[in-house]
Write a protein that binds this ligand. Structure first.
Ligand code: NAD
Length: 259
């Protein structure tokens, strides 16, 4: 029997992330679940965090294991700094290093600004923006010490264009873009790239929660006339992880809705 070895230099062309350890926050469903699966399919050992849906993360783990991938689930609230520190420590203890961080966890609490409560503002800032600070802070020294790191944060079209009823969410997603570019500058000479992906409207439970007529109206304005798929966001993340000379960039995955 002959074996075919797919290698480009030292990189296995079929599993380019072999040997890499990745953290994906909010991996229990939607975009995060799809990113976890794509990274695992490409050879990475993936640590996926979940917050309040252990059943969903078990489904993700099952799919990845059935496909022969490596997956480990951890309960983490990204808005809690100590949780992020524990996450980094546990990953290093169990897998020896952290190469890739995907800041995906995010929530919405939509309301017009006049009606928005301080609690709704704070909760979204704490998860979406402080969460990115917490997890990135927890891994950055390790990445600097190993002279390698890939950080990709999931922002949103709403951070670029704004959206009615989403001042809190838009502020976090625009904040992520400024954070990404600044950290990219600080770490560019240290083997670390920091990038962001701005999905448009993707068919996940977050979008399913929107009123139907609002959603239909949005889809009618998308030049591609459809919602995006979580896998289409995951492909952009995979590209950024492999792109050694790309940092501080924002890739929009939005069907042409915002250019
Ligand atoms: P989702 O609601 O399906 O999943 C969100 C994930 O975040 C879940 O796994 C959830 O458990 C996790 N999470 C929530 N609060 C958390 C916390 N405190 N700590 C840790 N994890 C927590 O959403 P999605 O649509 O898959 O969105 C994923 C990311 O993509 C979010 O950052 C979202 O803002 C962004 N995004 C989504 C869309 C879209 O159209 N779905 C568009 C643009 C950006």
């Amino acid at each position: 029997m002959t074996t075919t070895v797919f290698e480009v230099g030292k990189v296995n062309a079929l599993k380019p992330l072999e040997g890499k350890v990745a953290i994906v926050t909010g991996a229990s469903r939607g975009i995060g679940a799809e990113i976890a699966k794509v990274l695992a399919r490409n050879g990475a050992t993936v640590v996926g965090t979940y917050h309040n849906s252990p059943k969903h993360i078990q489904d993700v783990a099952k799919t990845i294991e059935e496909e022969g991938g490596k997956f480990h689930a951890l309960h983490v609230d990204v808005s809690v700094y100590e949780d992020a520190e524990r996450l980094a420590l546990e990953v290093i203890e169990n897998f020896g290093k952290i190469d890739i961080l995907i800041n995906n966890a995010g929530i919405t609490k939509d309301r017009t600004f006049r009606k928005m409560t301080k609690e709704e503002w704070d909760t979204v800032i704490n998860v979406n923006l402080n969460g990115v600070f917490n997890t990135t802070k927890a891994v950055i020294e390790h990445m600097l010490a190993q002279n390698y790191g890939r950080i990709v944060s999931i922002s949103s079209i709403v951070g670029q264009a704004g959206a009615f009823g989403q001042t809190n969410y838009a502020a976090t997603k625009a904040g992520i873009l400024g954070f990404t570019k600044s950290l990219a500058l600080e770490t560019a000479s240290k083997g670390i790239t920091v990038n962001a992906v701005c999905p448009g409207y993707i068919g996940t439970e977050m979008v399913a929660a929107m009123p139907e007529e609002v959603l239909n109206n949005i889809v009618s304005k998308v030049p591609m006339k459809r919602l995006g798929e979580p896998g289409e966001v995951a492909q952009a993340v995979l590209y950024l992880i492999q792109a050694d000379y790309v940092t501080g960039q924002v890739i929009a995955v939005n069907g042409g809705l915002y250019m």
